[in-house]
Design a protein around this ligand. Structure first.
Ligand SMILES: Nc1ncnc2c1ncn2[C@@H]1O[C@H](COP(=O)(O)OP(=O)(O)O)[C@@H](O)[C@H]1O
Ligand SMILES: [Mg+2]
Length: 448
């Protein structure tokens, strides 16, 4: 179960590269070497390296370019740049582009050794937080909406442009992609931000209940209507009404909704007074409404009314650059909630998260991270805290990680403690450090 730190050496000078590889292997690291930035990028996409040691001047893709590219899909990996003493400018550029640190050539091997040790202690949330802040400052009041991928930036720019208008917006995308979050963001950045944001899930209610939820009802309007009730349209007055899962709305209700939107007037169930309402409508669906129209399940006129502007959220698997940012954001949130001192993900775990298919999108990622936070005893989330399904998806064969799903928490803890001791060669202080607990706590757990 012992896993060595894996380092990628990128240097076009063959002699220098081989010297480094020999030295690092001697120090107990797993090493691999390539002679240009281009193969380095390819390798980092395929394998989970813990650290990259990279030359700057190379023939095809130089070190800075490769650094930017690699950090694009893995912002957590520490990359150390090697520059000639005369090229300090390169070092500055590299640091600005996110390099962990730099070394000048000819390398001082003691300095290299120290830097590697320090870097491995530093694969922390601090690094990832930096990327996170950067991602957030790139957008306007995006609140808790995270996205740095070009697909999400497009969405966020679009939202920034349409939020201040009064336009009805149709938000589409698979379940769990963040449609409700985007609806709230539109409201928060609109001129109605001081008014209410009212959401209603059209799939959750029967047809008659949906009508009285939307429009309200008079006392005695139907059996069980003991009191007068205000509808969501009235509650949302001067604000925004979010009609979630609009594709599930029954046809007769669609006609009533269309009238309400066109006339900006509603009638309570069992009443005949006409009430004027001032609301902006946002709607969301995970269905293809055009197809629903063709199939006769959705009114075409309502579709055109709703689809004045449309925003489409890409599935998570089409924005893998955002996965590390989202995972780190959720990890911080749940670590805080559970009072745990968690420092981050191991590169291998992060790699798994980035490659998984995520049929349940961001919601599934959020749940996965929450589960891992609860399971974790140590400082870093590893493959072992991730659901076995993720592994199977990764390598088809079922993977080699422990299957925790049929184990009690106590059993899981025992496995983890034993693993840590084993991988620390029986050294208790080291094992405690790896687990992120004190020696004393470890001793207690060993007694158990
Ligand atoms: N870009 C994002 N940044 C941060 N959290 C997100 C993002 N997208 C989705 N989430 C979170 O994922 C969960 C599901 O999002 P939600 O808006 O309910 O999805 P949908 O309405 O499309 O099913 C929520 O907890 C939401 O806060
Ligand atoms: Mg939703």
């Amino acid at each position: 179960m012992t896993k060595n730190t894996k380092i990628l050496v990128v240097d076009d000078d063959k002699g220098h590269r081989i010297t480094l590889l020999t030295l690092l292997a001697d120090w107990g690291y797993d090493v691999e070497g390539v002679d240009d930035g281009a193969p380095a990028i390819v390798l980092c996409r395929k394998q989970a390296f813990d650290l990259v040691l990279m030359d700057v001047r190379m023939a095809e893709v130089d070190g800075i370019e490769a650094l930017k590219e690699i950090r694009g899909f893995n912002p957590a990996i520490p990359i150390i740049i090697m520059t000639a003493f005369s090229d300090v400018d390169d070092a500055v550029t590299a640091i600005k582009a996110g390099a962990y640190d730099y070394l000048t050539k000819p390398l001082d091997f003691d300095e290299l050794k120290l830097m590697l040790e320090r870097a491995m202690d530093h694969v922390t949330l601090r690094e990832e937080n930096h990327a996170l802040r950067h991602a957030l400052s790139a957008t306007f009041d995006s609140g808790d909406v995270i996205g740095q991928s070009s697909a999400m930036r497009y969405v966020l720019d679009m939202v920034a442009a349409i939020a201040p208008s009064e336009a009805t917006v149709l938000i589409t995308g698979e379940s769990g992609t963040g449609k409700e979050l985007i609806a709230k963001m539109i409201h928060r950045n609109s001129n109605r931000r001081d008014g209410p944001f009212v959401a209603i899930n059209c799939a959750a209610l029967s047809e008659s209940l949906l009508e009285s939820e939307l429009f309200g009802h008079e006392k005695g309007a139907f059996t069980g209507a003991e009191k007068y009730r205000e509808g969501r349209f009235s509650t949302a007055h001067s604000g925004t009404l979010f009609l979630d899962e609009i594709g599930e709305m029954p046809l007769p209700m669609q006609a009533k909704l269309l009238r309400a939107i066109q006339e900006r007037e509603i009638q309570r169930v069992g009443g005949d007074t006409v009430i004027h309402v001032d609301v902006r409508i946002l709607a969301a669906t995970n269905r293809d409404l055009r197809k629903e129209v063709e199939a006769g399940r959705f009114r075409q006129d309502l579709y055109y009314r709703l689809n004045v502007v449309s925003v489409t959220l890409p599935p998570l698997r089409e924005r893998e650059e955002d996965i590390p940012l989202l995972a780190t954001f959720f990890l911080r949130k749940f670590a805080e909630k559970n009072g745990k001192n968690i420092r981050g993900f191991t590169p291998a775990a992060m790699n798994m998260l980035v490659r998984y298919f995520w049929p349940g999108n961001v919601r599934e990622l959020e749940n996965t991270v929450e589960r891992a936070t609860v399971l974790l005893m140590g400082a870093y989330v590893s493959e072992r805290e991730l659901p076995p399904g993720l592994l199977q998806e990764m390598n088809g064969s079922g993977g080699n990680a422990n299957n925790f799903s049929n184990m009690t928490l106590e059993e899981i803890e025992r496995v983890i403690v034993r693993d840590a001791l084993e991988s620390a060669g029986g050294n208790k202080s080291e094992a405690a450090r790896r687990l992120g607990i004190t020696r004393k706590t470890l001793a207690a757990k060993m007694r158990e």
